[in-house]
Design a protein around this ligand. Sequence first.
Ligand SMILES: Nc1nc2c(ncn2[C@@H]2O[C@H](COP(=O)(O)OP(=O)(O)OP(=O)(O)O)[C@@H](O)[C@H]2O)c(=O)[nH]1
Ligand SMILES: [Mg+2]
Length: 302
Amino acid sequence: MNSSDSPHKSGFVAVVGKPNVGKSTLVNAYVGAKIAIVSDKPQTTRRVIRGILTRPDAQVIFVDTPGIHKPLHKLGSVMVAAATHAVNEVDVVVFLVDGSRMPNEEDARIGRLLDERCRVPVRLALNKMDLLKPQNVQAVTEAYWALAKHADWMRLSATRGENLDKLLDQILARLPEGPELYPADQVTDQNLQAIAAELIREQVLARTRQEVPHAVAVAIEQWEDRRADLTHISATIYVERDSQKAILIGAGGAMLKEIGQHARAEIEPWVGHQVYLELWIKVWDKWRERENSLRELGLGTE
Ligand SMILES: Nc1nc2c(ncn2[C@@H]2O[C@H](COP(=O)(O)OP(=O)(O)OP(=O)(O)O)[C@@H](O)[C@H]2O)c(=O)[nH]1
Ligand SMILES: [Mg+2]
């Protein structure tokens, strides 16, 4: 029920920016659940994912997007195209930047892209303010503001939850009146299998470096409710080379075991009961370069 007299609002908000600035962290914070995986590696998010915030007076559908970057392979091109497309499918765009450091050419390019292509209101959000040194506040703020002059701006910290309420107020001010578009208890548009695959990939990302995180994809092969309180999940982790497979297996299988244990603990609350997780690792040469492999892994253009 709406406690005030103001009309109920609903709409879509795309969060865009370069990789690793905290887009998924921000969406998760608003939704109150990990609907998008997070890592300290760039290009973690590969697909557009919706995260739904339902309150008595409004439903805000956040659209988390892959970081916009200069793509080096087919997967990268698909990711950037999806993010770019998202800015015109929404009511408001949040241009998220790493406000703890000065902008670079990637931020400037996204600023130009929004200027040229985006026809909806843009909110500039300077994330990671917890890392910003007081003496740099003015220079950093001015440098970003120069990239998005027409946008209202806000400094915030997605990890600490600082100023998220203020940014949300700015967003709500630009959302249209409208009814709930999703059931009030739904937090994302992804199905359980997609969430599970991502939670497995998150555990891989947390434990690998350099090229390995980028070379990993996860596919759910089997999902079987063996008892009312037990689901059996079998998943394949794809990598591009034998050397990467060896890293993921680890000495005596220790790495794979650790990935499985942590992923299972993350998946179980989503499933609502006990999960038996079986993981396989397969080499799929150059899967990121090919249209058919991307399609098969659910990363194609659709
Ligand atoms: N200190 C600090 N770290 C943050 C903040 N927000 C996000 N991070 C960290 O920044 C890193 C990247 O976060 P993500 O949410 O995965 O970034 P993203 O923009 O979704 O990245 P891509 O999906 O690769 O485009 C993670 O290590 C987060 O914990 C913040 O407000 N402060
Ligand atoms: Mg992300």
